[in-house]
Structures are given as C-alpha cells and as structure tokens.
Design a protein around this ligand. Structure first.
Ligand code: SAM
Length: 268
C-alpha cells in the first residue's frame, strides 16, 4: 500500500479494532488490528477529533444493518479498503461479494488475509481498479451481473474523490443498477470542509497525501441528481444512527460552522 489514500484504509481498520475491544462493541472485527498495523493506529491517533471515533463505529454499524436488511444476490463494496465483512458477517446462501479498491491495496490485502488464515463466509472476488476510471469492466470480468440487483456500499470513499469524480461515480452506480438495487454509504457536509474545527485535521490529511476533497450540505440533491431515489439520509445521533455510541443530540441540518456527516440509503 504505497499511496496516501489507500493507507487511509489502515486508519479505519484501526478504528474497527478499537471498537472491537469495547465491552459494548457495535460489531466485532477480529482481523482489523492485524490489518491496521502500527501505521493504522498511528493514523487513528493523528486524525483523532471529537466525534471521529464515535462516527466511524456508528457508520460501520449503520451499514452492517443496511446489509442485513437488504438480502440481494450481489453486494459490491465500492472502495472496500481493509473491510472484513466477508469474514465477520453471516451472508444469505448464494450471496456473491465483490470488493473494489486500488490495485496496490487489493494485492496487499489478499496476501495479508491469506497469512492471517481468513475464512470468508460467502463467495468473494477482490478487484483492483480505479473508481475514477472505467471500473465496471474489471467488475464484470470478475463475474458481476448487471442484470441482477446489486447492493452497493460506499463507506468512507466519496469525500476522497474530486467532486466531479464523486458525482460521476454516483451516476455510474445508478446507471449500472438493475431495478431493485440499493446504494448505501456516507457523505461529508460542505461545512466539514470549511469549519474552523476541522482545519487542523484537514491539514494533516493533506500533508499525508489523502486530502478530503468534496463535501455537500445537500446530500439528497446529490443523490437524486445522480439518478438515485433517496430512502433516508441521517446524521449521527438520529434514531437508527446512534446505537448508543453517539452521545450528542443530532445536529440540526441547517447548522453552520460545525462539521457534519451523513449516512444514506438510496435505491433505483
Ligand atoms: N470502506 C473502507 C472502510 O470503511 O474501512 C475503506 C475506507 S478508506 C477511508 C478509503 C478507501 O478508498 C481506501 O481503501 C482507498 O484505497 C479507496 N479509494 C480512494 N480513491 C480510490 C479510487 N480512485 N479508486 C479506488 N479506490 C479508491
């Protein structure tokens, strides 16, 4: 893993390892600590901000619940990073899971998972590709069927892409989706990019070669304009996006000057 953006996967793996250690953990990811390694934990500390640890746990649990509630035959983790849902979740029989991410990360992860003796609980295909390019070719080559509905999970990705690339990706996901497909993931608010409370963290991410590039205060619009029908957009703290881990009330949507994250589910 030799670039800054793919190394962010180690950061979120460290967050999952941290959550796993809790008595009241929202999920258990026994491989996360090994996958994060010392670099992941160093980044976890370096990017720590009030709410970050809590949000990362809530985000993963939110998406775990979407997955459990959406038994579709194929699931694509769009920018899977060091996600181990193929190991830690129980999948309906016949589910085929595809993991997309940058080739260097995929190569490294496959080797490391083999060393760790990971046992996958579903059919799984890891595909190295650039999500700002024609990524659906490699996905089809791995066996993904555009005629069947797909559950797409975009966790911790969209703000690492330039706005145009992120919007193009959202639109391509919609146009590739057979009826009945679902997309779930997260977006950052524009406030998160400009708030005085995030500037130090953003500087560190820039320095490390993994800047956040895009946030929007109108997530519903971004999804709708890309061809999705929004089912829900939640901010942490709302019912279904707190899980006893988010200790603050949800921020009103029109709050300015404070960072905000959105969790969303949409369908075709
Ligand atoms: N979804 C995982 C998780 O929650 O742990 C990974 C999140 S990590 C913060 C961001 C991921 O996006 C990294 O694994 C990185 O390699 C991937 N990524 C960023 N830009 C990408 C691109 N253009 N093509 C493929 N993957 C990309």
């Amino acid at each position: 893993m030799n670039n800054g953006v793919s190394a962010t996967a180690r950061w979120t793996a460290a967050a999952r390892a941290d959550e796993t250690r809790r008595d009241d953990a929202l999920f258990t990811d026994d491989l996360a600590g090994d996958l994060a390694g010392p670099e992941g934990f160093a980044r976890y500390e370096r990017y720590a901000n009030p709410g970050t640890t809590e949000f990362l746990a809530v985000r993963t649990r939110y998406l775990d619940e979407v997955i459990a509630a959406t038994p579709l035959p194929q699931v694509v983790l769009v920018a899977a990073g060091l996600d181990t849902r193929s190991v830690r979740l129980t999948w309906p029989p016949g589910t085929v899971l595809y993991e997309l991410d940058q080739a260097d990360l995929v190569d490294w992860k496959e080797k490391r998972l083999a060393e760790l003796g990971a046992r996958h609980t579903c059919e799984r295909h890891a595909v190295g590709t650039d999500l700002t390019g024609p990524w659906d070719g490699p996905l089809r080559a791995a066996g993904w069927d555009p005629a069947a509905p797909t559950l797409w999970i975009a966790e911790g990705l969209l703000f690492y892409l330039p706005e145009q690339d992120a919007r193009t990706l959202l639109a391509r996901l919609a146009s590739l989706s057979a009826p009945g497909s679902v997309l779930a993931g997260d977006l950052l608010s524009h406030q998160s990019m400009v708030s005085e409370f995030t500037q130090e963290g953003l500087r560190r991410l820039r320095e490390d070669g993994c800047p956040w590039l895009w946030g929007t205060d109108r997530p519903e619009e971004a999804l709708t304009e890309s061809g999705w029908t929004v089912r829900e957009v939640k901010v942490p703290g709302e019912d279904g996006a707190a899980f006893g881990r988010w200790p603050w009330p949800p921020l009103p949507r029109d709050t300015t000057g404070l960072p905000m994250n959105f969790l969303f589910t949409a369908s075709t």
